[in-house]
Design a protein around this ligand. Structure first.
Ligand SMILES: NC(=O)c1ccc[n+]([C@@H]2O[C@H](COP(=O)([O-])OP(=O)(O)OC[C@H]3O[C@@H](n4cnc5c(N)ncnc54)[C@H](O)[C@@H]3O)[C@@H](O)[C@H]2O)c1
Length: 253
C-alpha cells in the first residue's frame, strides 16, 4: 500500500502504459481519476480498477483543450476530495520527417504532449498546494534526448516535456511539489501497433529489431514503466525532484 489514500489523476489512462499506471496505483491504495479522450477505454480501465476493489472515475477529457482540462479537474477534485498526484501520460504520436508533417501536426503533438501537460498542472495547482505530499510524474520518453528516424515532432515534444519537468520542479518547489519524469524506451502497447502500421512493417521483425537495441534484448512492458512511476509518485522518492528515470533495458546507455 505504497499510495494508501492518495488522490491521483492519470491522463492517458485508457490504454497502454497509462492503464497500467492506473491499475498498479489503485492496487497500492490510491483512488484514481482516468482522464482520457477515449471514453470507452477510460470506462474499461475504471471497470478493471473497481472489479479489483479499487475506487475510480472516468472523465472524458481532451488534454489539449484548456476548457476540457478545467472541467475535468473540477470533477476529479470533487470525486477524490483533493488531488495529491498528477500523472501526465496522454500523448499524440505523430511520426514523420520534417517535410512530411503539417503545421496542424505540430500543433496537435505539442498541444497534447507539452501544452496539455502544462494545462493539467496549472488547473491542479490549487489542490496540489493543499496536499501533504504532492507530486507530478510526466511520462516523457528516451525520444526526448536521442534522435530517431522519422520521429521529428514527437521527439521534439518529448524533449520539451523533459524541460517542462525541470522548470516546474524549480518553480513549484516553494510549495513542496515534486516534479519528475519517466523515460520509457521501446514498450509494447497499442501505440506500438500503430507505429508498426505506419512503417508497414512485419510485426515480429519490428518487435525483434526494437528489442535488440536494449541490453536485455526485448521490448518492455507497460507494468515495468508503471512501477518506475509508482516509485517516483510514492513517498519513497521524497528527495527526488526535477529528475528523470530511464526505463529502456539499457538501450540508450
Ligand atoms: N509505447 C512506447 O514504446 C513508449 C515509449 C516511450 C514513451 N511512451 C510514452 O508513454 C505514454 C503512453 O504511451 P502508450 O504507448 O501507452 O500509448 P497509448 O496510445 O496506448 O496511450 C496513449 C493514451 O493517450 C490518450 N490520448 C491521446 N490524445 C489525448 C488527448 N488529447 N487527451 C487525452 N488523452 C489523450 C489516448 O486515448 C491513449 O489512451 C505516452 O506519453 C508515450 O509518449 C511510450
Amino acid at each position: 500500500m505504497r499510495l494508501a489514500s492518495k488522490k491521483v489523476i492519470v491522463t492517458g489512462g485508457a490504454s497502454g502504459i497509462g492503464r497500467s499506471i492506473c491499475n498498479i496505483f489503485a492496487s497500492e491504495g490510491a483512488s484514481i481519476v482516468i482522464a482520457d479522450i477515449d471514453e470507452s477505454g477510460s470506462h474499461e480501465t475504471s471497470a478493471q480498477i473497481e472489479s479489483a476493489g479499487g475506487k475510480s472515475l472516468a472523465v472524458t477529457t481532451d488534454v489539449s483543450s484548456d476548457e476540457s482540462v478545467s472541467d475535468m479537474i473540477k470533477k476529479a477534485s470533487d470525486f477524490l476530495g483533493g488531488i495529491d498526484i498528477l500523472v501526465n501520460d496522454a500523448a499524440a504520436f505523430i511520426f514523420g520527417k520534417v517535410e512530411d508533417v503539417t503545421q496542424k501536426d505540430w500543433e496537435t503533438v505539442f498541444g497534447v504532449n507539452v501544452i496539455g501537460a502544462s494545462s493539467t498542472v496549472k488547473h491542479s495547482l490549487p489542490y496540489l498546494k493543499q496536499s501533504t505530499s504532492p507530486n507530478i510524474v510526466n511520462i516523457a520518453s528516451v525520444s526526448g534526448f536521442i534522435a530517431q528516424p522519422s520521429f521529428v515532432p514527437y521527439n521534439a515534444s518529448k524533449g520539451a516535456l523533459l524541460q517542462l519537468t525541470r522548470c516546474l520542479a524549480m518553480d513549484l518547489s516553494e510549495f513542496n511539489i515534486r516534479v519528475n519524469a519517466v523515460c520509457p524506451g521501446a514498450i509494447y502497447t497499442p501505440a506500438t501497433e500503430r507505429h508498426i502500421a505506419f512503417e508497414k512493417a512485419d510485426r515480429d521483425e519490428f518487435l525483434e529489431k526494437a528489442g535488440q537495441t536494449s541490453f536485455l534484448k526485448r521490448v518492455g512492458t507497460p507494468e515495468e514503466v508503471a512501477y518506475a512511476a509508482l516509485f517516483l509518485a510514492s513517498d519513497e522518492a521524497s528527495f527526488i525532484t526535477g529528475s528523470h528515470l530511464v526505463v529502456d533495458g539499457g538501450a540508450t546507455v
